[in-house]
Design a binder for this molecule. Sequence first.
Ligand code: ZN
Length: 128
Amino acid sequence: MLGNSPTVAQSAMRGIACRCPRCGRGKLYGGFLTLRPNCEACGLDYAFIDSGDGPAVFIIMIAGAIVVACALIVEVKYQPPLWLHAVLWLPLILATTLLPLRAMKSLLIALQFHHNAAEGRPIDRRPR
Ligand SMILES: [Zn+2]
């Protein structure tokens, strides 16, 4: 696999599988969201990785839409007591935020690697 560059879909699948963005074999994480220092299979240094707040923002937008929509539907249809809302939505909030977080962070890292994205840097425009 080394040598020929992967397609966006291949990179995305490596991301969702939480694997190294370059070789797709080594593990990306050492802990729940803690990255390993480098790939155990191909030796890629993970220091370039900068996913920032991206994964959390995507998760908040998606989970917020799901939970709020569910809560509104249940409230309009059944008007349950507030304690029942808490019992219903707290686990749903945990499930819709914590479960996809690893894969979302890894996906954004894989796409960052695929597109060679990095902080902006000045271009040398002097004539040679
Ligand atoms: Zn690797």
